[in-house]
Design a protein around this ligand. Structure first.
Ligand code: 5GP
Ligand code: ZN
Length: 120
């Protein structure tokens, strides 16, 4: 079910343009508008779910399909050998801005440490 006010639902419906790099029956992969790495692709379910937890609760098989699409994208983008990072921001502490679950697929350069050190 699409959410009327959701940016990524509008990309799925074609109301907002995006550079699509891969599509399956239930997933869509498109380039991030503000890339943080030479390869920065967002992988989403076409179905609107706000977070990874909500998606897992609604349709756990679709979580697997997101992972499979992320792997296909990484290979197609040529970063599967050197490596890449897949991450889901969830909620305010993680800086989630768009509440339609999405996996960031990042690569094409050494990505550095996952996070800055925790200093307590
Ligand atoms: P979040 O912070 O929610 O994990 O990630 C949202 C991502 O969506 C950001 O990396 C941001 O650059 C990207 N983004 C925001 N608006 C658009 C848009 O209109 N088109 C595309 N392709 N990406 C967008
Ligand atoms: Zn949505």
């Amino acid at each position: 079910m699409a959410a009327d006010d959701c940016l990524f639902c509008r990309i799925v419906s074609g109301q907002i343009p995006a550079t699509v790099v891969h599509e399956t029956e239930r997933t869509l992969a498109f380039r991030d508008i503000a890339p943080k790495a030479p390869v920065h692709v967002l992988v989403i379910p076409k179905q609107h779910e706000p977070t990874l937890a909500a998606l897992a609760a609604a349709d756990s098989a679709l979580v697997g399909e997101l992972a499979s699409t992320a792997a296909v994208v990484a290979a197609a983008e040529g970063v599967d050998t050197d490596g890449y990072r897949v991450l889901f921001n969830t909620g305010p502490d993680a800086g989630q801005d768009v509440f339609h679950v999405h996996a960031h697929v990042l690569g094409g350069r050494p990505l550095g440490p996952m996070l800055s050190a925790f200093t307590g």
